[in-house]
Design a protein around this ligand. Structure first.
Ligand code: PBG
Length: 308
């Protein structure tokens, strides 16, 4: 009766990794229990999750190197397997909520989220590419566009492109305060998407900054974001709290790959009680102010609830 914070499956979004082909379920060494699925097995996984009460998913493509180039053109190509799978999921499971990833890195031969020119990320040359990517995803039936690239002005640009093309009902969850973090390591293993040179510090935020998160939030709100995200979650609970206090938009937190890997590794060694630590971690992110959590724990949390 007096518990202040709840943790329901309705609050969770489960990230899924997708590869081209058939019959593939490839483990990711640094993320035990998480796989790269081909479309057929991904559909099976979505169905299993829906039965458990997990209804929302965010999809990330692992693209083979031969399809990557400087302009990330495969991201909006009509032969793109990611877009094909989105169509298939929405056809088979219209009740599911599917979120995309908008950033150049899975498709970029430079491994960066933006367009690279003379060794630098060119913010403004990136925007039209992100616009094309987002439009292709909206056409495929995505419910929530998820720009994770951190270019300035991309929310406004994507919103305009979508509205002009008749996709005013497609919503945008902005990665608003995304930090240049060490906690993305296992994810980059999963997608083989690590930057080929340098780091992401010219577009992702300095972990030492908090006020800057408010600047980013103000821009995203004015450009038309429907949700604001803080990423990673655990080292940034204060930032989640800050955005929740300052915005009326739903706040999302991304409980990232390194946070997942850390808990899994400790549990595998018997150093921590996984079944208690995992819900405690998720509850603390909710308590800090996150309405929604992107988490690799979503399915296991659903299984835990089922076991009572
Ligand atoms: C890249 C992207 C990253 C993640 C989501 N989208 C990695 C990065 O910025 O390098 C990380 C997610 C995670 O670690 O779980 N656009």
């Amino acid at each position: 009766m007096v518990r202040e914070t709840s943790l329901s499956l309705d609050n969770l979004i489960f990230p899924l990794f997708l590869v081209d082909g058939a019959g593939k379920k490839i483990p990711i060494d640094s993320m035990p229990g998480i796989f790269r699925f081909s479309e057929d097995l991904l559909l099976q996984e979505v169905e299993d999750c829906l039965k458990l009460g997990v209804k929302s998913f965010v999809l990330f493509p692992a693209v083979e190197n031969a399809l990557k180039n400087k302009e990330a053109t495969y991201s909006y190509s009509s032969s793109n397997f990611y877009l094909r799978t989105i169509r298939e999921i929405k056809k088979r499971f219209p009740e599911s909520c599917i979120m995309s990833d908008v950033a150049m890195d899975p498709y970029s031969s430079d491994g960066h989220d933006g367009y690279v020119e003379n060794g630098k990320i060119d913010n403004d040359k990136t925007l039209p590419i992100l616009g094309k990517m987002a439009l292709a995803q909206a056409e495929a039936g995505i419910d929530i566009i998820g720009p994770s690239d951190m270019m300035d002005g991309r929310i406004g640009h994507i919103r305009t492109v979508l509205d002009e093309q008749g996709y005013s009902d497609t919503s945008i969850m902005s990665y608003t305060a995304k930090y240049a973090s060490a906690w993305y390591g296992p994810f980059r293993d999963a997608l083989d998407s690590a930057p080929k040179f340098g780091d992401k510090k010219t577009y992702q935020m300095d972990p030492a900054n908090k006020n800057e998160a408010l600047i980013e939030a103000g821009l995203d709100e004015s450009e038309g974001a429907d949700f604001l995200m803080v990423k990673p979650a655990l080292c940034y609970l204060d930032v989640i709290h800050l955005l929740k206090e300052h915005s009326t938009l739903p706040i999302t937190a991304y409980n990232v790959s390194g946070e997942f890997a850390m808990l899994k590794a400790a549990a595998e060694r018997g150093w921590i009680d996984y079944n208690r630590a995992m819900p405690e971690m998720l509850t603390s992110i909710r308590r800090a102010g996150a309405d929604i959590i992107l988490t690799y724990f979503a399915k296991e949390y659903a299984l835990l609830l089922k076991q009572g």
